[in-house]
Design a binder for this molecule. Structure first.
Ligand code: SF4
Ligand code: SF4
Length: 440
């Protein structure tokens, strides 16, 4: 295996070479004992029915306008403007100048499909490309990402008749416009030709790196405020920096790393890859719950031709617990989460629901319009029992019990109500908190 000098990657952690990095504790995927690996995910998938999805239909692209029609769509933004004006004038808790400044501080690194390409290639260094087993490569990438801020890292393989369908057919565009076509073809080099409207993923790039950026529960559990909104946006800021660093890292090892051409979401269905790679399970409202941090992370992905060791789906009882719990449905302000006990193959949201997934129907236009009108919501994240007590060891009792059988699920839902209520924290106290680094 090639061993380059990695003198100092962070001030606290030093490695003499890549071999040391591979064998460090950062490279391990440590999971709680109560997680079971499974051959298939707890969310059923019909790969025969599923098709590649066009990003253009996502709510944050043209999806909301298509679902609501022009008049209602314009109305959403009129209401949002009016509300913002009133909140600012009233200086409501969560909308003081300091709160607005917190959420307005966004700063981004440039982000692209091909990456910055500012690191040397092996050819430029006169070295052969890095070689190792898929397991060693997985450990290397995991250690690299964790050193740079990721909290969990898993891997999935792209297979023509299954997981390839989780790659968007058209990638992210600008605003509501149609993005470039994403072709997956047998070629050596990737192409990013937005002028003619297409990108190319070479068929040999068969591995997906899925990584998470943990969000602060101190922020997130103050939903419907500028403070709560920052829990998402600061992780998107970090993603824009981290993706380019990962692309440069793999470039110097001699491999391609195809990234998301958006600060938020692009390239493929993050939650699908997260579930199939064993990162977590799909929740009632379509986001992924992980054993370590529940819903408190943003999930990101890139594609590479560096062979990696794919993970297996896990069963930690979430799919069963969501049938009983329904706490997000009870507390969702615009009632965008269903109360149905059983998941279904329902695709009522024809323009934006990709068929082939047995999950709970989620009218995304209701949720998305509400988010835009309020400037950020995430009440569902704050109320979810998996979001509570993340630093308290006894909370593992709840998760371990739910993972082993469903008999006590109702009890655990009631216990969560007693201990955490709606999960929200006092807004006015925020600036007086003695916060830990990153707010968790
Ligand atoms: S973000 Fe808000 S509106 Fe959307 S599902 Fe969650 S609670 Fe409901
Ligand atoms: S609040 Fe309950 S039903 Fe909703 S996602 Fe969390 S565990 Fe599932």
């Amino acid at each position: 295996m090639g061993a380059s000098s990695v003198a100092s990657i962070s001030p606290q952690i030093k490695f003499n070479d890549l071999d040391e990095m591979i064998s460090s504790h950062l490279s391990e995927l440590k999971r709680p004992w109560w997680i079971k690996e499974a051959d298939s995910p707890t969310t059923e998938i019909d790969w025969q029915v599923m098709k590649r999805f066009d990003y253009h239909n996502v709510m944050w692209a043209a999806g909301l306008r298509n679902a609501l029609g022009d008049d209602k769509y314009e109305q959403v933004f009129r209401i949002a403007d009016e509300r913002r004006l009133v909140w600012r004038q009233l200086e409501e808790p969560g909308y003081t100048l300091a709160d607005i400044a917190l959420n307005a501080c966004n700063h981004w690194a440039a982000i692209s499909f091909l990456g910055p390409r500012t690191s040397p290639t092996p050819e430029a260094l006169g070295a052969p490309r890095w070689k190792g087993t898929p397991e060693e490569a997985s450990r290397l990438v995991r250690a690299f990402l964790k050193l740079h801020g990721a909290s969990q890292v898993t891997f999935a393989e792209i297979e023509t008749n299954t997981t390839e369908k989780l790659i968007y057919s058209y990638d992210v565009g600008s605003g509501e416009s149609q993005g470039p076509r994403l072709d997956i073809i047998d070629t050596d080099e990737p192409v990013d030709n937005t002028a003619t409207g297409y990108r190319v993923i070479p068929k040999k790039a068969r591995w997906v790196i899925i990584y998470t950026l943990r969000m602060s529960d101190e922020l997130m559990r103050r939903p419907l405020t500028q403070i709560g909104s920052r829990s998402h946006t600061y992780m998107y800021n970090l993603k824009s920096l981290l993706q380019g660093q990962l692309q440069n890292f793999l470039r110097t090892l001699g491999y391609m790393c195809l990234g998301e051409a958006s600060r938020y979401n692009a390239l493929g269905i993050h939650s699908g890859f997260a579930v199939l790679s064993g990162l977590g399970e799909l929740s009632r409202f379509g986001h992924v719950i992980t054993p370590e941090y529940g819903l408190m992370q943003r999930v990101q992905m890139v594609i590479t031709d560096l062979p990696l060791a794919p993970g297996k789906p896990i069963n930690m009882g979430v799919n069963q617990f969501c049938r009983t719990c329904k706490k997000c449905a009870e507390n969702c302000p615009p009632q965008a989460v269903t109360y149905a006990t059983e998941p279904s193959w329902d695709t009522r949201g024809k323009t934006y629901h990709n068929p082939g997934i047995k999950s709970w129907y989620w009218p995304q236009e209701v949720c998305n319009a509400w988010i835009r009108m309020t400037g950020g919501c995430a009440v569902c994240y704050a109320v979810c029992p998996y979001s509570h007590g993340l630093n308290i060891p006894f909370r593992d009792l709840f998760k371990a019990s739910v993972a082993s059988n469903s008999l006590l699920n109702r009890f655990w839902r009631k216990t969560d109500d007693l201990l955490y209520g709606k999960g929200e924290l006092p807004i006015g106290e925020f600036w007086d908190l003695d916060l830990k680094p990153w707010g968790y």
